[in-house]
Design a protein around this ligand. Structure first.
Ligand SMILES: Cc1ncc(COP(=O)(O)O)c(C=O)c1O
Length: 406
């Protein structure tokens, strides 16, 4: 096999063992990745992989997209960063484009998904503070990030173990259970926060009835509705927001608008950026001195995010990922019941398959062995998070690799 670089995998792994905090689950044989192109990456030994992890739902344009490399170079030569004490054109432009796609409102920029969710919760608490409302209802099995606030918000006990005392003010109820939310809302409730499709929890989409019911009850009870779209948003399902697709498929297109939507991951295609769209209710709550972050909405990040929006539009990548996702789902569904393949769910570039009879980590390793990278989720699910530019041939190739591990 041709040697791609002089990098020695064993040395890199040893470097991690010696100097990198072992807070991530990496198998001893996890590849040392050295370069990528489109939906493919190569390891230090020259082995090729189809990358259907895309980071973790991050690289929406795959790897080494020429226009992204070019915009990074160009913006890097012009202006990388100025503080938020000044203006720069790219932040205003990006805010306009995101508002145009979401609804009338305003944007707040930050650097990651957890931070975006923190910003939503802070705004909702501040909005409710006059009435003593601070509690946020979230869903069991949800994932909202790893900051102290967001491990408290997430509906998974394992995230909190050893990090107590846990920040108070979060109440967990079963996902897709409207009655449970209605029952949990009280005089102290400031907000309800849910994912349109639970990602880390195992690719579980919200139903249209649930989303519409949440909107109705939160409006009636004076409670903010916050959508965590960090993973399922930004065209991953083939629509800008997963809730748009869910509503559209139920014949209720355009009937749903929350009070805030958090974004990250695909928004920067690999370059770190987070953002929150705030609708009318919350758009003016965060006033000077109440919330800030040094890097939020930096010129380079905004230039990258703008270019990505333009590329997705010009190259019809939202349409592409929806169609490719349907092909992948059909192909996987044909394999359901054979080998480890169980139930198939999700949309577009966010497809989940339950794993039967073996552990999901073991199957992910077997798939990597035949050259397909996927990401485990929940206790028994594998996520297929292809880049939006994935081709029909690459979907078929991925299905062949799945068959090779049955
Ligand atoms: C739904 C959701 N919210 C929040 C986060 C946290 O994002 P980040 O890791 O960028 O902080 C994630 C990350 O996986 C996520 O899937």
């Amino acid at each position: 096999m041709k040697k791609e670089t002089k990098i020695q995998s064993a040395e890199v792994r040893a470097g991690y063992a010696q100097h990198v905090v072992a807070s991530y689950k990496r198998s001893a044989t996890a590849p040392v990745l050295v370069r990528g192109k489109g939906a493919r990456v190569w390891d230090a030994e020259g082995k090729e992989y189809l990358d259907f992890g895309s980071g973790i739902a991050v690289n929406c344009l795959g790897h080494a997209y020429p226009r992204l490399a070019e915009v990074m170079r160009k913006q890097g030569e012009e202006l990388v960063h100025v503080s938020n004490l000044f203006f720069h054109p790219k932040q205003a432009e990006l805010a306009r484009e995101l508002v145009k796609r979401t609804g009338s409102g305003k944007m707040f920029f930050c650097n990651s998904g957890a931070e975006a969710n923190e910003s939503m919760v802070k705004a909702a608490r501040k909005a409710g503070s006059g009435e003593g409302r601070f509690e946020v209802i979230t869903a069991l099995n949800s994932f909202h990030g790893r900051t102290l606030g967001m491990i408290a918000a997430s509906g998974q006990e394992r995230l909190r173990e050893g990090f107590g005392p846990v920040m108070p003010g979060f109440v967990y109820v079963p996902f897709n259970d409207l009655a449970a939310v209605e029952k949990a809302i009280g005089p102290k409730t400031a907000a309800v926060m849910v994912e349109g499709i639970q990602g880390e929890g195992g690719v579980i989409p919200a139903t249209a009835e649930y989303l519409l019911g949440l909107r109705k009850v939160t409006l009636e009870r004076g409670v903010s509705l916050l959508m965590d779209s960090v993973q399922c948003g930004h065209y991953r399902t083939g629509r800008f927001q997963s809730y748009e697709l869910i509503l559209e498929q139920a014949g209720k297109k355009g009937e749903f608008l929350p009070d805030a939507v958090s974004m990250a991951k695909s928004l920067g295609g690999g370059f770190p950026i987070g953002a929150v769209w705030f609708g009318k209710k919350l758009q003016d709550v965060l006033v000077p001195g109440s919330h800030a972050t040094t890097y939020g909405g930096t010129a380079l990040a905004c230039a990258v995010a703008l270019e990505i929006l333009q590329i997705i539009e010009e190259e019809k990548l939202a349409e592409n990922i929806f169609v490719r996702g349907e092909e992948l789902k059909r192909g996987l569904a044909k394999l359901a019941g054979r080998g480890w393949v169980g139930e198939v769910r999700g949309f577009g570039g966010m497809v989940g398959v339950t794993v039967k009879g073996r552990s999901h980590a073991e199957v992910a390793e077997a798939l990597a062995g035949v050259g397909l990278l996927v990401v485990p989720a929940g206790s028994d699910v594998l996520r297929f998070l292809a880049p939006y530019s994935v081709t029909e041939e690459e979907i078929q190739e991925a299905l062949e690799k799945v068959k090779a591990t049955l």
